[in-house]
Ligand binder design. Structure first.
Ligand code: G3P
Length: 218
């Protein structure tokens, strides 16, 4: 599991339990924090919460590669993952990044179809992020796409993980995992909804109340 946020409080709150492998960001997520990218990413790195994915921007291969260099210069260790948007330009960026250093962790992002996912896996992305809610909003079947990509990866034994992204409800998360995603990146509010279910919270309150009553009685 990854946490899809750049909010420091959310990251601190959610990573205490040790169930998240790291954090994913994108320019939109970073913009919400009203802090320059360099400053925010350094703040997140200071929390030592595992892998921190940062997305490169740029229209051309050269612009994206330059941005990847800027991103990687933020940390001397290997705690930064590169998110590369998956269009034709992105495929070339992945190839060149991997040629330069096969150890870079690359997440192919902005995936709206099985087609893109398949090419991203072939290009050498370590993981790929199909956008579940955004696909649904555009009358595309995200679960079918995830399942096709997963079969493609498994049949060819490619070294690529599916990291489902873009969630607006908990059912989307579970369906994505059930369709073959290896993992997911979720916003903090979805994490809360997944764990603090009304029924569970109410049952726990009842157990606590009965536990106290038991103490008083005996
Ligand atoms: O990780 C990608 C994801 O953040 C996109 O999510 O909510 O903008 O569709 P969303």
């Amino acid at each position: 599991m990854f946490l899809d946020t750049a909010n420091i409080k959310e990251i601190k709150d959610a990573t205490k339990m040790g169930v998240f492998r790291g954090v994913t960001t994108n320019p939109t997520i970073l913009l919400k924090e009203n802090t320059p990218r360099v400053k925010k990413i350094k703040e997140i790195l200071d929390l030592s919460v595992g892998l921190v994915y940062v997305q490169c921007i740029g229209k051309t291969v050269e612009e994206r590669l330059k941005d990847c260099e800027d991103i990687l210069s933020l940390d001397s260790e290997t705690r930064i993952g590169l998110k590369v948007p998956m269009d034709i330009t992105g495929l070339e960026v992945v190839k060149l990044l991997k040629q330069k250093n096969p150890d870079h962790r690359i997440l192919g992002t902005a995936i709206y179809s099985a087609d893109q996912g398949i090419f991203a896996a072939l290009a050498g992305c370590n993981s790929i992020a199909p956008y579940i809610n955004r696909m649904s909003n555009n009358d595309l079947d995200p679960y079918k796409a995830v399942s096709i990509i997963r079969d493609f990866i498994d049949e060819r034994q490619l070294n690529c993980e599916i990291l489902g992204a873009s969630f607006k409800n908990t059912n989307q998360v579970i369906q994505t995992l059930a369709s073959g995603a290896h993992s997911v990146t979720i916003p903090y509010n979805i994490f809360e909804k997944m764990m603090n279910k009304e029924l569970a919270v109410s049952a726990i309150e009842t157990f606590n109340r009965h536990g106290e009553m038991l103490k008083e009685k005996y």
